[in-house]
Design a protein around this ligand. Sequence first.
Ligand code: NDP
Length: 309
Amino acid sequence: MRPAVLVTKPLPKSCIAALERHYTVHMLVGVPEPDAVLAKHGAEVRAIAGGKVPRSLMEQLPNLEIIANSGVGVDSIDLNAAQARNIAVTNTPGVLNDSVAELAIALMLALARSVPQADRFVREGKWQERMFPLRNELSGKTAGILGLGRIGKEIARRLAALKMKIVYCGRTKQEDQPYAFISDPVALAHECDWLVVIAPGGKATDKIVSRQVLEALGPEGYLVNVARGSLVDQPALIELLQSGKLGGAALDVFDDEPNVPAELLTLENVIVSPHQGSRTEEAREAMGRLVAENIIAHFEGRPLPSRVA
Ligand code: NDP
């Protein structure tokens, strides 16, 4: 009997086709009654392709062997529950670096030069009435990267090309990196004009960008979050943005997605984006390939290309 694979997140057609060549594929996304799918096929399922796997879903899949997450962050998977049942977990590192890095740069330039506002200004005929206000350059400023990993390094490369000075923070100093290491996030925020957050979500980084960090960034400072909402103290962020104690923010991720606090939407010094860091055709295609490769490797008894747990 062909193993059954459950698809829990939208995946590219090429990925679904690759899985269908080897396995019986059941869709849990895009179907009117996901519960009925689980009730009918839950016991057959041996692999998940996608992500978003809380303990409650795992409990309905007694024969689950592998969760192939589409995405590098595995914070939507209950890793403890997976480990307790010896369920392998894989992710899709590396193949989305350029996509996320490009979005970070786009958000920074958009915020620095008020690109959305400038577009509205022209469309609404205001240019005929007055000139657009002066804005600031990235050139010559300091970017602090919180999480100089695979994606963080790609962001740093691009920001260096934009003539920014780079400093970074993490748990460990990386001797092979040309940038200055600052071990404490508050000290990093004091040192930089733009704080770019790109460390993993989860307990260890929960609210690592605290009120104190945001205050250290200050009225001339900007926060860029392309990591996870959980890393930032969102209520403090809103309060400091409203009171002018923080210069601005560009946010691809939020606490309770897809809900974005109304307060953020009224602020002119905020750019919002719908968690689209890896949402490019190129990245999604490559992520889908890696999801399928992990599942195929598992059932062929080969080492998994990108196992995280
Ligand atoms: P990596 O594992 O390559 O890099 C993570 C970096 O974060 C490392 O440099 C690590 O350095 C640092 N880090 C880890 N834990 C901590 C901590 N407790 N405190 C401070 N720094 C820490 O991951 P990627 O670059 O591939 O991805 C990073 C994250 O980006 C993902 O986990 C995901 O959440 C997010 N992401 C967001 C996307 C979006 O759509 N917006 C898309 C893709 C990813 P050190 O080990 O020295 O601490």
